[in-house]
Design a protein around this ligand. Structure first.
Ligand SMILES: [Zn+2]
Ligand SMILES: [Zn+2]
Length: 158
């Protein structure tokens, strides 16, 4: 049995059901993060699975629970080496290549306006836009892949 299956089995056990109720009672059914009614119990960590003490878990409402897992996932995504490399590459491209070009381009437009100096930046500008767009598509794809294979985490400790 893999970890996730084991964990799902555990969540169906009487032990967990009773403990879960104790956590909700401890928090008087109030969400730890907002004034709403708490109906879910969140594991702050999984080290003590099966022998949890009250401080290992908190009571949360549905919305805060989802949001909490979402931000944990965002945090994990931001530490992925692939994601880090790609976003930093985009950052460098944007500020070290595109931005100086954009400034130069704007100056060229002014020169054209005031002195009718012709300029031929259009193709180049398009190239920059395309390049940035390619970064965004790759980053978006990575996010999608990451969230697709981790969405089950969201159901874990409901
Ligand atoms: Zn809440
Ligand atoms: Zn949780």
């Amino acid at each position: 049995m893999d970890y996730k299956t084991k964990y799902k089995e555990y969540l169906k056990s009487n032990h967990w059901r009773e403990f879960r109720q104790r956590v909700l009672d401890f928090w008087s059914n109030q969400c730890a993060l907002c004034p709403c009614l708490a109906k879910e119990v969140h594991h702050r960590h999984y080290r003590s699975l099966g022998k949890e003490v009250l401080t290992d878990c908190i009571a949360l409402c549905r919305v805060c629970h989802e949001r909490h897992h979402q931000s944990l996932l965002e945090l994990r995504l931001s530490t992925l080496p692939e994601y880090k490399a790609l976003t930093s590459e985009r950052h460098h491209f944007y500020w070290n290549r595109y931005e100086p070009f954009r400034i130069e381009h704007e100056k060229a437009i002014d020169d054209y306006r005031f002195y009718r100096k012709p300029f031929i930046h259009a193709q180049e500008l398009l190239w920059y836009y395309k390049k940035i767009n390619q970064f965004d598509i790759k980053i978006e794809q990575l996010r999608k892949d990451f969230f697709n294979c981790t969405t089950t985490v969201l159901e874990l400790d409901l």
